[in-house]
Design a protein around this ligand. Sequence first.
Ligand code: NAD
Ligand code: WQD
Length: 338
Amino acid sequence: MKILVTGGLGYIGSHTVVELQNEGFDVVIVDNLSNSEISVLDRIEAITGKKPAFENCDVCNTEALRNCFETHGKIDAVIHFAAYKAVGESVENSLNYYKNNVGGMISLLEVMKTCGTEHLVFSSSCTVYGQPDVLPVTELSPLKKAESPYGNTKAMCEDIIRDAIISYKSFSANLLRYFNPIGAHPSALIGELPKGIPNNLLPFVTQTAVGLRKELSVFGDDYNTPDGSCIRDYIYVVDLAKAHVCALKRMINIAQNGNCEVFNVGTGNGVSVLEILNEFMKANGVNVPYKIVGRRSGDIEKVWADTTKVNEVLGWKAQTPFIEVLQSAWRWEKKIRG
Ligand code: NAD
Ligand code: WQD
């Protein structure tokens, strides 16, 4: 079975390629290196012993993308990670985000249709729920107006996929709504490579712990939560990668023509900012200087997943103990700082 992974040199994509190869799939990575490095390819090979095929290609370039499909013969399924994902940046450069994330989605679907590839796993995000009225959030929870152009691109891509299935009848898709992916591969050979000042919490924590940042700003402790800081569902990136393999196997093995399913991929546990900060310091025996500052605009107060569907239908459950996840993040930070 040959799987084409767009954005496969990125944070979640590279971890998913490792798990696909571990399960015996042949992998073709399509990535334009806009937010990753070519060295990740060798690191994947160092982990699995197999070097995936790689095409340096922008998924928005439909002709070039079609050539990638045709060069590698029959592609059985696609996992689509390629997108820009920085919420704040999407506010500043909204047209770039629509062009890349929505344009890339449309280009990919066109090529899949002409090349006869009928299965798609799509990287969506819990951001489509906004601040849920009821927690934990299920796949049937109402979607809310996106807090950012980035979040809107995810909601739009979900709708585009659903409409494409109506016209491309033998097509099937799984939309995986990720919560907050964190951590790095146990080998510390791959992990998150944030460019510049990290927007996300855990990379900022690890960079502060290693001395790259002076102190962490905790964005608000006056929320309606037990310790006043925001609550999220932090999921280990390797467990998340394995969820993609489960989704793929199920889609390929059970004819799903015309099916589009949504899965919340989280742990089902809500953890606050102050909790994860203290857990990180305890797990790694390090100190992370921090200060409480005002709320970050656009932040929602609390969200975590109801994982019943992904557990029962995909047969997948987040397995890794939180302490190991936090230790993996620290190992990775120390590795990249040499
Ligand atoms: P990432 O930036 O590390 O990886 C994305 C990869 O896609 C990069 O390697 C980048 O070079 C590539 N890419 C971007 N635009 C491209 C294009 N037009 N053509 C070819 N390659 C392109 O991001 P990530 O954290 O691995 O996220 C992967 C996917 O998961 C994204 O779609 C993101 O929106 C989604 N997601 C991420 C999170 C998160 O917190 N990381 C949460 C929910 C959903
Ligand atoms: C987590 C918590 C912050 C940094 C974002 C995107 C979402 C998805 C995942 C792509 C929040 C607090 C953070 C810091 C802090 N990405 N925080 N100090 O905002 O839940 O989700 O990444 O799909 O779409 O919105 O993740 O890691 O930025 O923040 O206090 O320096 O940590 O306020 O409560 P978020 P995050």
